[in-house]
Design a protein around this ligand. Sequence first.
Ligand code: BV8
Length: 257
Amino acid sequence: MNFSPIPTELIAHLRAARRVAVLTGAGISAESGVPTFREAQTGLWARYDPEELATPDAFRRNPKLVWEWYAWRQERVRQAEPNPGHLALVEMERRIAEFTLITQNVDGLHRRAGSHQVLELHGNLFRAKCLDEDRPVESWPDSAEIPPRCPRCGALLRPDVVWFGEMLPAGALRAAEQAAATAEVFLSIGTSTLVYPAAELPFTALRAGATVVEVNPQPTPLSPHVTFSLNGPAGAILPALVEQVWNGSAGAEGAGR
Ligand code: BV8
């Protein structure tokens, strides 16, 4: 797949940058074979709209259905591998002094790729928490009951993800807002920029005067405002960006590390 060359001005910006923040959405996992959030669901789940299922109300109405939807998604992700887009961000973290990776994804693929400091704004598919205590539960006794119950208090377990209408983890959101407000370069990668408050982050960076880059084959509400638009798949664009900024030319050692 060909896409427009990386602007030389952007290459210079990234090479000189000490503080970079990245926001990723489902699009960065698309090339790992993990369907994006708004892609039509398949098979058994085709008739459900994710925005209907990813809510506290759906869980209250039908905890077994919602728990099984997440179990199905866990299986999809287990079969997936991080792709070159995830790996390019691992390299970027190595090259830049202050690098913050903020993700809306719950698939854990950034950590599996080797990224260390990842802010998971919407939780993680593979973590469960007690519905009553609202505290994580690492393990629970095998049981035929679905969803299983909290070994501490016996309440139902639920996926440790942020559903629509729920607050984001305050610490992660605060750190993400701080990173967006102080970044010299902010990259928004593979997100439809529709879901708030995460979608506010690239606009926070713009207002603070950052160079904002969007990586997406499709336009989004952010597109008209960005400094650079790289229209194509993250799995091809990000490795090309890393190559041209840090490996392409001699002596292009990162300004940061
Ligand atoms: C909240 C976890 C506050 C669960 C998810 C204004 C302000 C504040 C809130 C709101 C507001 N207006 C409305 C709201 C409510 C709501 C919201 O934003 N709704 C939207 C739909 C309008 N927000 C909330 O409810 C949030 N909470 O606001 O609480 C509050 C609380 C209580 C009382 C008062 C206030 C919680 C939002 C979190 C929801 N949880 N996920 C789960 O996964 O099961 S959201 C879910 O959708 C994903 O996690 C993801 O974050 C989000 C967006 O999806 P994307 O990641 O962008 O993926 P999508 O499929 O949409 O797009 C993929 C993109 O990739 C596309 O652009 C495509 O072109 C591109 N792409 C495809 N292939 C590639 C690619 N890009 C690059 N390379 C490729 N190869």
